[in-house]
Design a protein around this ligand. Structure first.
Ligand code: AMP
Length: 193
């Protein structure tokens, strides 16, 4: 199964993707995770991406499209994958269409998690708090200032991606405000139907 999870920062894409990984035995391809790993490792991509990520802006289409083009060809992605955080612009969605066609791959579902924007900042703050309590390192962009910019980027550049897939009749939506288990159930139903 090849699936895209769409939704604003804090919608629960990562949480639900982790559950789908368990259920379907396919990898979660999170461009955010891959970029954070590149920043940590100090690779050329990481060095380019660091400042823009910390401020809450979007990394260039060229960089993320290149990362995904390589990643979907790896052995573990042959059976399928869950895209989390990509595509984030219409240009990325178009590039994805082209690379899937080139690899004779098709998407099975595009699902958007719909969440009330007023709930998002509280969710991000909760994630930061829980990470700290667990002894982890809080993401550099999980703070109110960067979050505001992430939300602006979402509204201006990523929300149109939903329209792009809706226009193709390929978009399903799930209520992301429900409790985590209920969202998982609704997602399973959307994927089955
Ligand atoms: P995420 O973990 O998905 O919230 O992503 C964290 C940050 O990584 C974003 O705020 C962007 O700076 C960058 N990023 C992740 N995915 C993309 C993408 N598809 N396009 C551009 N920037 C991205």
């Amino acid at each position: 199964m090849r699936l895209i999870l769409l939704g604003p920062p804090g919608a629960g894409k990562g949480t639900q993707a982790a559950r789908l990984v368990e259920k379907h035995g396919i990898p979660q391809l999170s461009t955010g995770d891959m970029l954070r790993a590149a920043v940590k490792a100090g690779t050329p991509v990481g060095l380019q991406a660091k400042a823009v990520m910390e401020s809450g802006g979007l990394v260039s289409d060229e960089i993320v499209v290149g990362i995904i083009a390589d990643r979907i060809q790896e052995a573990d992605a042959r059976k399928g994958f869950i895209l989390d955080g990509f595509p984030r612009t219409v240009a990325q969605a178009q590039a994805l269409d082209a690379m899937l066609a080139k690899n004779a791959m098709k998407l099975d579902a595009i699902v958007e998690l719909k969440v009330d924007e007023n709930a998002l900042l509280a969710r991000i703050e909760k994630r930061a708090r829980e990470t700290l309590e667990a002894g982890g390192t809080v993401r550099a962009d999980d703070n109110p200032e960067a979050f505001k910019k992430r939300l602006d980027a979402y509204r201006a550049q990523t929300a149109p991606v939903s329209g792009y897939y809706a226009g193709k009749g390929a978009l399903k939506t799930v209520d992301g405000m429900a409790p985590i288990d209920a969202v998982t159930k609704a997602l399973d139903a959307a994927l089955a139907g």
